[in-house]
Design a protein around this ligand. Structure first.
Ligand code: GLY
Length: 341
C-alpha cells in the first residue's frame, strides 16, 4: 500500500530545526527466533478470504491490500447476510455497514460506521486511513466521502434479506399493528455475523480488517465493535493482530482486539491470548445476559503473531478459517465452555 505524502509531514521534514523525538518505550515486542511464516486467520466465513489474501501476499501485495481483497469476497457475496451486499438491515429495513482496518507498517487506522448504500465498506475504511487525518467517518458523511471517490450508491437489501426483515417486523411484538406472517415458520435467530481477517507476510508485516452489517434489526445508527479500533480489530506491527466476530457490545466494553494483542505482547500464544480476552468478556457480562453464570451469546477472537503463529477461541465451540502459508482450511476454535448452560 503506497501512501500519499502529507503536507504536514513534508513541512515537518523540511523545517529549519527538526527536534530529535524520543519515543517512549513500550514493553518488548515478540522476540523473533527462526523464520517468519506468512499466515492469515479469519472467521468461519473467511475461508475464501484467507486463500485469496495468502495468494496475494505471496505475490508481494501489501498485507492490508491483500486483507481487503480477501474480505471483499464476502462483502460482495449476496448470500452472506452478515456482511456488505445482502447484509441484514436495521429495524427500519435499511442496511447500515461498519468496517475498520489497520496497517501495521505505517501504524495507521481507518474506519466507517453506519455507512449506507456502499457494498464494500472495507475499501472506504482504507480510504479514510490513506487519505485523511481522521480515523473514523460515520453515516451520511462517510457516504459522501465514499461517493467523492467514485463509489456507486446501490440498494444493499437483497430480496432474501428483505423477506427476513419483513418476517421479523411482522412477528416482533404482540401489541404492534403487524399481523404475524407467516405463522408456521420459525423466526430466524438474531444473527451477529461479520468477517475479520488478520494477515502477516513473509517479512513480518501485519494488517487487519473487520467488516460487517452488524446486528440484524439493530436500532438505526447503532455501531458495533467492527468499526472500533481496538475492539473489532487491532494491529501492532511489532507483535501481531487480532479481531472478533459475535456480539459487538460485549467486545467493545472489553477492548478485545487490543487486549488480545497485548496478551501476545506479554508472551501468550495467539490461542491463549484469545482465551484470556474471552475470560474478560465473561467477567464483564451483565447479569441480564447470563444463564447459569454463562453468557447467552457467543463471541470469537482470531489472532496471529509476528512469527506467523495463529489461533482462535470462542466462548462456545465454533470454527475459524486459517492459512499457515501452505494450506488454508477451517479449524475448530478453542473455547471456554463446551456448551451453553
Ligand atoms: N460483531 C459485529 C457486531 O456486533 O456488529
Amino acid at each position: 500500500m503506497s501512501l500519499p505524502v502529507s503536507r504536514r509531514t513534508f513541512i515537518g521534514a523540511s523545517g529549519v530545526a527538526a527536534a530529535t523525538v524520543v519515543l517512549p518505550s513500550i514493553s518488548p515486542a515478540i522476540i523473533l527466533r527462526g523464520a517468519i511464516r506468512p499466515a492469515a486467520v479469519s472467521s468461519s466465513n473467511g475461508l475464501p478470504a484467507v486463500l485469496r489474501a495468502m495468494e496475494l501476499v505471496l505475490e508481494g501485495t501489501d498485507t492490508l491490500d491483500a486483507a481487503i481483497e480477501g474480505v471483499k469476497i464476502q462483502e460482495l457475496d449476496p448470500s452472506d447476510n452478515s456482511v456488505g451486499y445482502g447484509g441484514l438491515p436495521n429495524e427500519d429495513g435499511v442496511v447500515q455497514l461498519d468496517a475498520s482496518c489497520m496497517h501495521g507498517p505505517t501504524r495507521r487506522a481507518g474506519a466507517v460506521a453506519a455507512l449506507e448504500g456502499i457494498k464494500t465498506p472495507s475499501e472506504v475504511a482504507r480510504l479514510v486511513l490513506k487519505y485523511t487525518d481522521h480515523v473514523m467517518l460515520v453515516g451520511e458523511g462517510a457516504k459522501r466521502f465514499a461517493l467523492s471517490y467514485g463509489f456507486k450508491e446501490e440498494d444493499l437489501l437483497t430480496p432474501e434479506s428483505r423477506q427476513l426483515w419483513i418476517r421479523w417486523r411482522a412477528n416482533r411484538g404482540a401489541d404492534d399493528d403487524w399481523l404475524n406472517v407467516p405463522e408456521n415458520e420459525p423466526l430466524p435467530t438474531r444473527p451477529t455475523g461479520t468477517i475479520n481477517l488478520n494477515v502477516v507476510n513473509p517479512k513480518g508485516e501485519i494488517s487487519s480488517v473487520t467488516t460487517t452489517s452488524g446486528l440484524a434489526w439493530k436500532i438505526p445508527g447503532r455501531a458495533g465493535d467492527s468499526p472500533i479500533i481496538g475492539a473489532g480489530q487491532y494491529t501492532d506491527n511489532d507483535v501481531g493482530a487480532a479481531g472478533s466476530t459475535g456480539r459487538g457490545e460485549a467486545n467493545i466494553t472489553a477492548c478485545g482486539g487490543f487486549l488480545t494483542v497485548e496478551g501476545m505482547r506479554r508472551g501468550l500464544k495467539p490461542t491463549d491470548a484469545c482465551l484470556e480476552t474471552l475470560k474478560r468478556v465473561v467477567q464483564l457480562t451483565p447479569p441480564r445476559l447470563l444463564q447459569n453464570g454463562r453468557p447467552s451469546f457467543n463471541i470469537s477472537f482470531y489472532a496471529v503473531n509476528k512469527r506467523g503463529d495463529l489461533g482462535s477461541a470462542s466462548i462456545y465451540p465454533a470454527t475459524f478459517a486459517a492459512h499457515d502459508g501452505r494450506v488454508g482450511a477451517l479449524r475448530d476454535t478453542a473455547y471456554l465452555y463446551p456448551r451453553r448452560a
